[in-house]
Design a binder for this molecule. Structure first.
Ligand SMILES: NC(=O)c1ccc[n+]([C@@H]2O[C@H](COP(=O)([O-])OP(=O)(O)OC[C@H]3O[C@@H](n4cnc5c(N)ncnc54)[C@H](OP(=O)(O)O)[C@@H]3O)[C@@H](O)[C@H]2O)c1
Length: 246
Protein backbone atom coordinates (compact mmCIF):
# COMPACT_ATOMS: atom_id res chain seq x y z
CA UNK A 1 0.00 0.00 0.00
CA UNK A 2 1.34 3.42 -0.92
CA UNK A 3 1.53 6.46 1.36
CA UNK A 4 -1.83 7.83 2.47
CA UNK A 5 -2.47 11.13 0.72
CA UNK A 6 -3.85 13.40 3.41
CA UNK A 7 -6.20 16.09 2.08
CA UNK A 8 -7.11 19.46 3.56
CA UNK A 9 -10.22 21.12 2.15
CA UNK A 10 -10.89 24.70 3.18
CA UNK A 11 -14.48 25.88 3.67
CA UNK A 12 -15.62 22.27 3.99
CA UNK A 13 -18.41 22.59 6.55
CA UNK A 14 -21.00 22.71 3.76
CA UNK A 15 -21.60 23.03 0.04
CA UNK A 16 -18.93 22.21 -2.53
CA UNK A 17 -16.14 21.91 0.07
CA UNK A 18 -18.03 19.34 2.13
CA UNK A 19 -18.84 17.31 -0.98
CA UNK A 20 -15.19 17.48 -2.07
CA UNK A 21 -14.03 16.23 1.33
CA UNK A 22 -16.43 13.29 1.19
CA UNK A 23 -15.38 12.44 -2.38
CA UNK A 24 -11.69 12.53 -1.45
CA UNK A 25 -12.35 10.31 1.57
CA UNK A 26 -14.20 7.80 -0.60
CA UNK A 27 -11.17 7.80 -2.91
CA UNK A 28 -9.01 6.77 0.05
CA UNK A 29 -7.59 9.99 1.48
CA UNK A 30 -7.65 10.89 5.16
CA UNK A 31 -9.46 14.25 5.06
CA UNK A 32 -9.37 17.41 7.16
CA UNK A 33 -12.63 19.35 6.83
CA UNK A 34 -11.68 23.01 7.32
CA UNK A 35 -14.30 25.31 8.81
CA UNK A 36 -14.32 28.94 9.84
CA UNK A 37 -17.49 29.34 11.89
CA UNK A 38 -19.33 26.02 11.79
CA UNK A 39 -17.60 23.27 13.80
CA UNK A 40 -20.82 21.26 14.16
CA UNK A 41 -21.28 20.54 10.46
CA UNK A 42 -17.55 20.02 9.89
CA UNK A 43 -17.47 17.48 12.76
CA UNK A 44 -20.55 15.82 11.29
CA UNK A 45 -18.81 15.44 7.91
CA UNK A 46 -15.72 13.98 9.61
CA UNK A 47 -17.93 11.56 11.58
CA UNK A 48 -19.60 10.47 8.35
CA UNK A 49 -16.19 9.57 6.91
CA UNK A 50 -15.30 7.65 10.07
CA UNK A 51 -18.62 5.78 9.89
CA UNK A 52 -17.71 4.76 6.33
CA UNK A 53 -14.36 3.42 7.58
CA UNK A 54 -12.12 6.37 6.67
CA UNK A 55 -9.98 8.78 8.69
CA UNK A 56 -11.01 12.40 9.04
CA UNK A 57 -11.00 15.42 11.34
CA UNK A 58 -12.53 18.86 11.48
CA UNK A 59 -10.09 21.76 11.73
CA UNK A 60 -10.65 25.47 12.29
CA UNK A 61 -9.08 27.56 9.53
CA UNK A 62 -9.74 31.15 8.54
CA UNK A 63 -7.83 31.36 5.28
CA UNK A 64 -7.60 35.15 5.52
CA UNK A 65 -5.60 34.85 8.73
CA UNK A 66 -1.98 33.74 8.32
CA UNK A 67 -1.68 32.51 11.92
CA UNK A 68 -4.88 30.48 11.58
CA UNK A 69 -3.57 28.86 8.38
CA UNK A 70 -0.29 27.92 10.07
CA UNK A 71 -2.08 26.51 13.13
CA UNK A 72 -4.49 24.51 10.98
CA UNK A 73 -1.73 22.85 8.96
CA UNK A 74 0.11 22.00 12.22
CA UNK A 75 -3.06 20.39 13.59
CA UNK A 76 -3.73 18.40 10.45
CA UNK A 77 -0.14 17.17 10.29
CA UNK A 78 -0.33 16.11 13.95
CA UNK A 79 -3.76 14.51 13.54
CA UNK A 80 -3.62 12.86 10.12
CA UNK A 81 -0.15 13.33 8.64
CA UNK A 82 1.55 15.63 6.10
CA UNK A 83 -0.83 17.36 3.69
CA UNK A 84 -0.43 16.03 0.16
CA UNK A 85 -3.70 17.35 -1.30
CA UNK A 86 -4.92 20.91 -0.79
CA UNK A 87 -8.32 22.07 -2.01
CA UNK A 88 -8.57 25.87 -1.96
CA UNK A 89 -12.35 26.01 -1.73
CA UNK A 90 -13.12 28.70 0.88
CA UNK A 91 -14.71 31.65 -0.80
CA UNK A 92 -17.58 34.06 -0.83
CA UNK A 93 -19.11 36.81 -2.88
CA UNK A 94 -20.35 40.20 -1.81
CA UNK A 95 -22.20 41.50 -4.82
CA UNK A 96 -22.65 45.15 -5.72
CA UNK A 97 -22.31 47.62 -8.54
CA UNK A 98 -18.78 48.86 -9.23
CA UNK A 99 -19.70 52.54 -9.01
CA UNK A 100 -20.38 52.32 -5.29
CA UNK A 101 -18.64 49.08 -4.33
CA UNK A 102 -17.20 49.41 -0.79
CA UNK A 103 -13.42 49.29 -0.49
CA UNK A 104 -13.74 47.05 2.56
CA UNK A 105 -15.78 44.48 0.63
CA UNK A 106 -13.13 44.50 -2.11
CA UNK A 107 -10.39 43.89 0.46
CA UNK A 108 -12.35 41.13 2.25
CA UNK A 109 -13.05 39.33 -1.02
CA UNK A 110 -9.41 39.42 -2.08
CA UNK A 111 -8.26 38.37 1.40
CA UNK A 112 -10.38 35.21 1.42
CA UNK A 113 -10.69 34.17 -2.22
CA UNK A 114 -7.17 35.01 -3.41
CA UNK A 115 -4.76 35.77 -0.58
CA UNK A 116 -6.23 32.82 1.35
CA UNK A 117 -5.43 30.45 -1.49
CA UNK A 118 -1.90 31.86 -1.64
CA UNK A 119 -1.34 31.43 2.12
CA UNK A 120 -2.62 27.84 2.08
CA UNK A 121 -0.73 26.89 -1.09
CA UNK A 122 2.55 28.32 0.21
CA UNK A 123 2.21 26.41 3.48
CA UNK A 124 1.24 23.20 1.70
CA UNK A 125 4.13 23.42 -0.77
CA UNK A 126 6.84 23.03 1.86
CA UNK A 127 5.88 19.42 2.57
CA UNK A 128 4.83 18.63 -1.01
CA UNK A 129 8.23 19.72 -2.34
CA UNK A 130 9.99 17.49 0.19
CA UNK A 131 7.77 14.57 -0.78
CA UNK A 132 8.02 15.40 -4.47
CA UNK A 133 4.29 14.78 -4.69
CA UNK A 134 1.31 17.05 -4.27
CA UNK A 135 -2.03 18.18 -5.64
CA UNK A 136 -3.41 21.69 -5.33
CA UNK A 137 -6.94 22.17 -6.63
CA UNK A 138 -8.49 25.61 -6.45
CA UNK A 139 -12.19 26.33 -6.77
CA UNK A 140 -12.55 29.36 -9.05
CA UNK A 141 -15.78 30.13 -10.94
CA UNK A 142 -17.21 30.80 -14.36
CA UNK A 143 -16.91 34.41 -13.17
CA UNK A 144 -13.15 33.95 -13.66
CA UNK A 145 -13.64 33.10 -17.32
CA UNK A 146 -15.82 36.06 -18.17
CA UNK A 147 -16.96 39.15 -16.31
CA UNK A 148 -20.17 39.31 -14.33
CA UNK A 149 -22.01 42.58 -13.78
CA UNK A 150 -22.41 43.13 -10.05
CA UNK A 151 -19.49 40.87 -9.13
CA UNK A 152 -16.44 43.05 -9.72
CA UNK A 153 -14.46 41.88 -6.69
CA UNK A 154 -15.56 38.23 -6.90
CA UNK A 155 -14.74 37.97 -10.59
CA UNK A 156 -11.36 39.69 -10.14
CA UNK A 157 -10.46 37.46 -7.20
CA UNK A 158 -11.38 34.28 -9.07
CA UNK A 159 -9.47 35.43 -12.18
CA UNK A 160 -6.49 35.99 -9.89
CA UNK A 161 -6.86 32.42 -8.67
CA UNK A 162 -6.32 31.21 -12.24
CA UNK A 163 -3.06 33.21 -12.42
CA UNK A 164 -1.98 31.69 -9.11
CA UNK A 165 -2.81 28.20 -10.42
CA UNK A 166 -0.98 28.59 -13.71
CA UNK A 167 2.11 30.10 -12.10
CA UNK A 168 2.25 27.34 -9.48
CA UNK A 169 1.87 24.74 -12.22
CA UNK A 170 4.93 26.07 -14.00
CA UNK A 171 6.94 26.57 -10.82
CA UNK A 172 6.46 23.16 -9.20
CA UNK A 173 5.30 20.96 -12.08
CA UNK A 174 8.77 19.42 -12.32
CA UNK A 175 8.54 18.12 -8.73
CA UNK A 176 5.54 15.81 -8.99
CA UNK A 177 3.16 18.55 -7.90
CA UNK A 178 0.21 19.74 -9.94
CA UNK A 179 -1.95 22.84 -9.56
CA UNK A 180 -5.31 22.98 -11.30
CA UNK A 181 -8.55 24.93 -11.02
CA UNK A 182 -12.20 24.11 -11.48
CA UNK A 183 -14.70 26.74 -12.57
CA UNK A 184 -18.17 25.81 -11.35
CA UNK A 185 -21.24 27.31 -12.97
CA UNK A 186 -24.41 27.86 -10.97
CA UNK A 187 -24.56 25.41 -8.04
CA UNK A 188 -27.29 25.44 -5.40
CA UNK A 189 -25.55 25.98 -2.05
CA UNK A 190 -25.84 28.40 0.88
CA UNK A 191 -23.80 30.85 -1.19
CA UNK A 192 -26.40 31.07 -3.94
CA UNK A 193 -29.47 30.81 -1.65
CA UNK A 194 -30.03 34.56 -1.78
CA UNK A 195 -29.67 34.82 -5.56
CA UNK A 196 -32.72 36.56 -7.00
CA UNK A 197 -35.02 34.26 -8.97
CA UNK A 198 -34.70 36.38 -12.11
CA UNK A 199 -30.92 36.01 -11.91
CA UNK A 200 -31.20 32.23 -11.37
CA UNK A 201 -33.38 32.06 -14.52
CA UNK A 202 -30.80 34.16 -16.40
CA UNK A 203 -28.00 31.72 -15.41
CA UNK A 204 -30.04 28.65 -16.29
CA UNK A 205 -31.14 30.16 -19.62
CA UNK A 206 -27.49 30.20 -20.74
CA UNK A 207 -26.70 26.76 -19.31
CA UNK A 208 -27.26 24.03 -21.92
CA UNK A 209 -27.85 21.48 -19.14
CA UNK A 210 -30.87 23.61 -18.18
CA UNK A 211 -30.39 23.08 -14.46
CA UNK A 212 -28.14 23.99 -11.57
CA UNK A 213 -25.14 21.82 -10.81
CA UNK A 214 -24.84 19.84 -7.60
CA UNK A 215 -21.93 20.06 -5.14
CA UNK A 216 -21.26 16.37 -5.87
CA UNK A 217 -20.80 17.10 -9.60
CA UNK A 218 -18.10 19.66 -8.77
CA UNK A 219 -16.56 17.37 -6.14
CA UNK A 220 -16.13 14.53 -8.64
CA UNK A 221 -13.89 16.70 -10.82
CA UNK A 222 -11.94 17.97 -7.82
CA UNK A 223 -11.37 14.36 -6.68
CA UNK A 224 -10.09 13.38 -10.12
CA UNK A 225 -7.67 16.33 -10.25
CA UNK A 226 -6.44 15.35 -6.77
CA UNK A 227 -5.89 11.72 -7.74
CA UNK A 228 -2.61 10.02 -8.73
CA UNK A 229 -4.24 9.31 -12.12
CA UNK A 230 -4.34 13.05 -12.91
CA UNK A 231 -0.53 13.25 -12.88
CA UNK A 232 -0.30 14.76 -16.39
CA UNK A 233 -2.97 17.41 -15.83
CA UNK A 234 -1.24 20.57 -14.65
CA UNK A 235 -2.21 24.22 -14.89
CA UNK A 236 -5.59 23.25 -16.27
CA UNK A 237 -8.70 25.35 -15.82
CA UNK A 238 -11.70 23.05 -15.97
CA UNK A 239 -15.19 24.50 -16.37
CA UNK A 240 -17.80 22.38 -14.56
CA UNK A 241 -20.77 24.42 -15.63
CA UNK A 242 -23.27 22.35 -17.59
CA UNK A 243 -21.92 23.94 -20.76
CA UNK A 244 -22.46 27.57 -19.71
CA UNK A 245 -19.09 28.72 -21.09
CA UNK A 246 -18.92 26.33 -24.03
N1 LIG B 1 -22.30 27.86 -5.48
C1 LIG B 1 -21.94 28.29 -6.69
O1 LIG B 1 -22.76 28.51 -7.59
C2 LIG B 1 -20.48 28.52 -6.99
C3 LIG B 1 -20.13 28.79 -8.31
C4 LIG B 1 -18.80 28.99 -8.63
C5 LIG B 1 -17.83 28.94 -7.65
N2 LIG B 1 -18.19 28.69 -6.35
C6 LIG B 1 -17.12 28.65 -5.36
O2 LIG B 1 -17.15 27.43 -4.68
C7 LIG B 1 -16.59 27.59 -3.37
C8 LIG B 1 -17.55 26.99 -2.36
O3 LIG B 1 -18.77 27.69 -2.46
P1 LIG B 1 -20.18 27.11 -1.97
O4 LIG B 1 -21.15 27.44 -3.01
O5 LIG B 1 -20.01 25.73 -1.49
O6 LIG B 1 -20.46 28.15 -0.78
P2 LIG B 1 -20.90 27.99 0.74
O7 LIG B 1 -21.87 26.90 0.91
O8 LIG B 1 -21.24 29.37 1.15
O9 LIG B 1 -19.53 27.55 1.46
C9 LIG B 1 -18.44 28.43 1.54
C10 LIG B 1 -17.48 27.90 2.56
O10 LIG B 1 -16.36 28.77 2.62
C11 LIG B 1 -16.09 29.07 3.98
N3 LIG B 1 -15.42 30.33 4.18
C12 LIG B 1 -15.83 31.58 3.91
N4 LIG B 1 -14.91 32.47 4.28
C13 LIG B 1 -13.90 31.76 4.81
C14 LIG B 1 -12.64 32.08 5.38
N5 LIG B 1 -12.22 33.34 5.53
N6 LIG B 1 -11.83 31.07 5.80
C15 LIG B 1 -12.22 29.80 5.69
N7 LIG B 1 -13.40 29.42 5.19
C16 LIG B 1 -14.22 30.40 4.76
C17 LIG B 1 -17.46 29.03 4.64
O11 LIG B 1 -17.31 28.84 6.03
P3 LIG B 1 -17.98 29.85 7.10
O12 LIG B 1 -19.41 29.98 6.74
O13 LIG B 1 -17.73 29.14 8.36
O14 LIG B 1 -17.27 31.14 6.97
C18 LIG B 1 -18.10 27.84 3.94
O15 LIG B 1 -17.73 26.62 4.56
C19 LIG B 1 -16.36 29.09 -3.20
O16 LIG B 1 -15.00 29.39 -3.44
C20 LIG B 1 -17.23 29.70 -4.28
O17 LIG B 1 -16.75 30.95 -4.70
C21 LIG B 1 -19.50 28.47 -6.00
Amino acid sequence: MGEERVALVTGASRGIGRAAGLALARAGSPVAFGYRSDPVNAEEAAAKVAAEGGRAMAVPIDVADEASVAAAFDRVEAGLGPVRVLVNNAGFSRDGLAVKYPTGAWDDTMDVNLRGAFLCSRRALAGMLRARWGRIVSVASVAALRGNAGQIAYSASKSGLLGLTRSLAREVGGRGITANAVCPGYVETAMTEATRQDNVRRYLDVTPAGRAGTPEEIAAVIAFLASPEASYVNGAVVPVDGGMTA
